[in-house]
Design a binder for this molecule. Structure first.
Ligand code: HEM
Length: 210
């Protein structure tokens, strides 16, 4: 098995978790308690030591192998879709490094329950929304774009028109899902009252909560 095949195989594990994870975040549209209840059930699966070790190893491998593949093929890369695939891969890699690092730090060092409020806090302390709105929006959009690019190459014998559709459709779905998740985290869809201990992780920087 070469590096590209291993990258695709570990992508299946990361994508399976991402489906469960994004479904969990979409549940927040019907209220934060529903989101937290869903997460507590889902954690019985992905927080099992064997599952979590496999997931975090696949995430680490995905980021490392993805960056290596982009850099290795830099000079051969031709055309808009090839560049879109590389760019979305870069965004996902950067996001995963920050995101998983932050989750593990909050859990292990700050002793926080990394539930909805953990992600939402950054949307409720100015000026951090300037970072968190594009951060979450672009990460989810990049994930769907990257998957669309993979479909585009897989459909190789089909017409260019059909292949453009299998790329555009996930991007469209990604835009809708990203927008809903960001609006939900910002408390624009349902009421969100972030507990002070989550906001406190930001207020110490250079501002106080609004
Ligand atoms: C709006 C988008 C997202 C939000 C708000 C978000 C939020 C969170 C939260 C709150 C946790 C902690 C979960 C827990 O404690 O059980 C978490 C963990 C994690 N997230 Fe995300 N996430 C988002 C998107 C993504 C995406 C697109 C990926 C890519 C696959 C991802 C990968 C992970 C991973 C690998 C973990 C660590 C799981 C663990 O070991 O506990 N997240 N995220």
């Amino acid at each position: 098995m070469n590096l590209r095949s291993l990258h695709k195989t570990s992508a299946i594990v990361v994508a399976a978790f991402a489906c469960l994870h994004l479904a969990n975040h979409l549940v927040s549209l019907s209220g934060v308690p529903a989101h937290i209840a869903f997460m507590e059930s889902a954690r019985h699966i992905y927080r099992q030591p064997v599952v979590e070790t496999l997931l975090l190893s696949c995430v680490a491998f995905q980021v490392g192998s993805g960056l290596w593949l982009v850099l290795r093929g830099w000079r051969q890369r031709r055309g808009a879709v090839a560049w879109l695939q590389a760019l979305s891969g870069f965004v996902i890699a950067g996001f995963l490094l920050i995101h998983v690092g932050a989750v593990l730090y909050a859990r292990g060092v700050l002793d926080l329950d990394t539930n909805f409020y953990f992600s939402s806090a950054g949307f409720h302390v100015w000026p951090f929304p300037l970072f968190f709105v594009p951060y979450y929006f672009l990460a989810v959009l990049a994930l769907f774009t990257h998957i669309g690019c993979a479909f585009f190459w897989r459909m190789q014998p089909a017409s260019l028109r059909a292949r453009r559709w299998v790329l555009a459709l996930p991007m469209l779905v990604g835009t809708v899902i990203s927008s809903l998740l960001v609006l939900s985290l910002a408390g624009k869809i349902q009421p969100v009252e972030v507990p002070a201990k989550y906001k406190a992780t930001y207020t110490g920087f250079f501002t106080s909560a609004p």
